[in-house]
Structures are given as C-alpha cells and as structure tokens.
Write a protein that binds this ligand. Structure first.
Ligand code: NIG
Ligand code: FE
Length: 409
C-alpha cells in the first residue's frame, strides 16, 4: 500500500460526529496520499503495509492532532490602520458616530484604494503568517474596502495570490455592500444598482468570487438593498452570507436564512425567530468575539437559543482594522469561551467542522476523516480543551495543508 506520509503515535481530535467528545481517538494514525487523508483512526487497525509503503513516517510521541483551523470571516486585506479611531472611541466617540462622520469603513476604503496590489498582498501576508502559526490552513477573505470595480478586484486578486503563495486555501468573498462609497455621495440605491449591474458580474466572470456578502445595519444597507444584491448573486449561482444583527436587530438572521445563506455573522441582536430560521435553513451562525470585545459591546449573541435550535456555531477572528484587529484564531476561540460561554469543544468545532460548513467546504475539510483534504495541525497540549484555555501561547508544532508541510515551529 503506497502513501506519501504517515503520522503515527498521535491522539486524534477528529471533530467528526462519532458520539465521543471532540471525535477523540487515542493511539491514532493518519495516512496521507495525494493531499488527501486515506485513513484517520486507531493505529492498531492500520494495515502493516501502510508503514512499509509510506514515503515519510512521522512519529508524534502522543501529540494531539486536529483538523487545521479555519477562519471563516476575515477582512484580512486592507491598507493603513484605524488606531486613531480606537483612541477616539475610548475617549467616548461611538463606532456609529465615527462611521456617520465619514470615518470607519470609509477611512480604510481611502487607504486601500490608494494602495497597489503588491502592498495590499504584503500587509496581508504578514497577518496570514501570524494566523498560520496558530494552525490555520483555510481562510475566508472579504473584499469591501475598495467599493469600485477595480479596487474590489484588486483586493480579491490579492486574496487569491496570497493563498497560492502561502499554500493555504482561500475562500474569496465579494463584500459588495459594505458601505456607500463617497463617489455615490450618499445615493445608496444608485450604488446598489451599480453593484448589481456592473461590479458583481465582473468579479464573478473574473473567477474572483466564491460567495457574496453584505452589511445589513442602520448605518449600512437595508433589507431592500440586500434582497436585490442576493437575488443577483443567486441568479449567478453565487452563495451568500450576511453581516447580520450586529449593532441592532434588523432581522438579518431571518433574511439570511430566507436566501439559504451559508452563514449569518455577528448576531449579537438575533432573536428566537432568527435562531429558528437559521436552524431551518442550515445557515451557520458565525460568532465574532473580537469585534464584540473591541467595540465594548454588552449584548451577547443568543448562544442558548442556537443550542436549543441546533444551529451550527462557527467562530472567526473577523480580522479587520476597524472593529477586530485580531490575528489569532486561537484567541478568538478563547474569547468565544470567556465572553459568550461556549464550551472548548464548541469553540474547536467552531474553528473546524462548522467553519468548513460556513464556507461550503464540508466535503473537503474541517474534520480528520478519510476522503477529506489532509489539512492537519499538530499541538503541544495535554487535552484539546487547552486550545481554548490558554491566551497568547503558540501551541502549534506543525501543520499540513492538503498534505504538504505548511508550518513548523
Ligand atoms: O465585520 N460589520 C461590518 N464590517 C466589519 C467592520 C469593518 C470596519 O469597521 O472596517 C465587521 O466588523
Ligand atoms: Fe466582518
């Protein structure tokens, strides 16, 4: 039996639904060939020929092995930063007031429009390198700081480039409705019409759009705008996701669910009806504790309702310069536990199996199971709950993306 690589003597947190917490298997082995997992399970059941037939055999001395982490909501590509707004908010200004005054998202739009593709990619590359040190193997990256066709395409091209260069899987999201750019002088409807008739078709035809996203909020876009955008995306077979119910209850969860969205994200103000709608549609609830903490929010997402309705919960960094300058998926898991009361097992599921679902990648990654891509992280921990317990440590020892070594500590 030939294989490229065999990992022996590991403890597996497969995150597969086996009925055991974390899908744990002690004394495990993982067999990898052609970038895929051929076998993940008890070492005792591995055919002897797998050991002799593997090009590389690595003994992991009982280390824990999990699926590679998946950050399913980031705005990783941007120029400049917003530290002066951070200071202004701590001196009493609100995020909404800063946005209405032409700062906020629009200040990052100005900086991003002025940056070249190489500069955008270089800044994001440093941020991605930090995330890879946390065991990340897949990342979603949104546009939304360009807001004209050229700048949005530059962001999305940079995202694709970054994935190829770093060796991680990138899901590129066209965040067409993030803010109304100054070129439309407050004429929101005219901007939405242009996005639908011109920008969306162009990013889709260029192959730069794996999903489409919008910001439904009193300071951003309303339900009519979002429906028109989602209808246009659906007509082109592009799945949708939504920044929903972050600052106010705009019934965004219900709207996302009505479109069979892959995910509804933020959700601090989601109500019972919204939670039931997400469950019914199979839309993943993506929680973003970095933005919650950074903005000093007090309203927490309704985790108890999500549990009650069996809504899949994912966790993401929401890495962005305005509301979540957070470069650590593990820190996002820690915050999800400490701020929102998730269990460490829910947090790890939120960064693996449920995050894969939020990206439409369940068949490909998110668990350690035969047939999936070999996206794998190896950890220096005594139990998988430690991944959510520590803050600020770097427990990842090595990782593999699609079977290839990605990171070694
Ligand atoms: O996910 N909510 C909208 N979008 C981002 C924030 C973007 C920004 O302020 O630059 C978010 O939090
Ligand atoms: Fe976001």
């Amino acid at each position: 039996m030939h294989a490229d690589r065999l990992l022996l003597d590991c403890r597996l947190a497969t995150m597969a639904k086996t009925g055991v917490p974390y899908g744990t298997m002690e004394h495990g082995a993982v067999l990898i060939d052609g970038g895929r997992i051929l076998y993940a399970g008890p070492q005792a059941e591995l055919p002897q020929s797998a050991i002799s037939g593997s090009n590389i055999v690595e003994r992991l001395d009982g280390r824990w092995v999990t699926p590679g982490l998946i950050d399913c909501h980031t705005h990783l590509i941007f120029a400049g930063n917003r530290v002066e707004e951070f200071e202004a908010r701590l001196n009493g200004a609100s995020y909404e007031a800063i946005a209405r005054g032409g700062g906020g998202i629009l200040s990052t739009v100005r900086a991003t429009r002025a940056a070249g593709i190489d500069d955008l990619a270089a800044g994001a590359e440093m941020r991605l390198a930090r995330m890879i040190r946390d065991g990340l193997t897949t990342i979603e990256i949104k546009s939304g700081y360009g807001l004209d066709a050229e700048s949005e395409m530059r962001m999305l091209s940079a995202a694709r480039l970054l994935g190829r260069k770093a060796g991680v899987r990138v899901h590129a999201t066209y965040l067409g409705l993030h803010a109304v750019p100054p070129d439309y002088a407050g004429d929101r409807r005219a901007y939405v019409a242009q996005v639908i008739s011109n920008f969306l078709p162009r990013v889709v035809e260029a192959g730069l759009c794996d999903s489409a996203d919008a910001f439904l909020e009193t300071i951003a876009f309303d339900e009519t705008d979002v429906r028109a955008f989602f209808d246009a995306a659906r007509a082109r077979n592009i799945p949708v996701r939504l920044h929903a119910d972050q600052l106010t209850n705009g019934h965004g969860a219900k709207l996302a669910a009505a479109y069979g969205a892959l995910s509804a994200d933020h959700l601090e103000h989601c109500d019972a009806e919204g939670a039931a709608a997400l469950a019914h549609a199979g839309t993943v609830a993506v929680l973003l504790p970095g933005a919650f903490v950074h903005l000093g929010e007090t309203q927490k997402p309704p985790v108890a309702l999500f549990r009650q309705h069996n809504v899949a919960i994912a966790i993401a960094t929401d890495c962005n310069p305005g509301t979540s300058p957070l470069l650590s998926p593990l820190a996002a898991m820690n915050l999800a536990c400490c701020c929102f009361g998730l269990t460490p097992e829910e947090a790890l599921a939120g960064m693996t199996v449920h995050a894969a679902c939020a990206l439409g990648l369940s068949a490909v990654t998110g668990t350690l199971e035969a047939g999936k891509d070999a996206d794998i992280a190896v950890w220096e921990i005594e139990s998988p709950a430690e991944l959510s317990y520590w803050a600020g440590v770097l427990p990842c020892r090595r990782s593999y993306a699609r079977g290839k070594p990605l990171y070694t500590a």
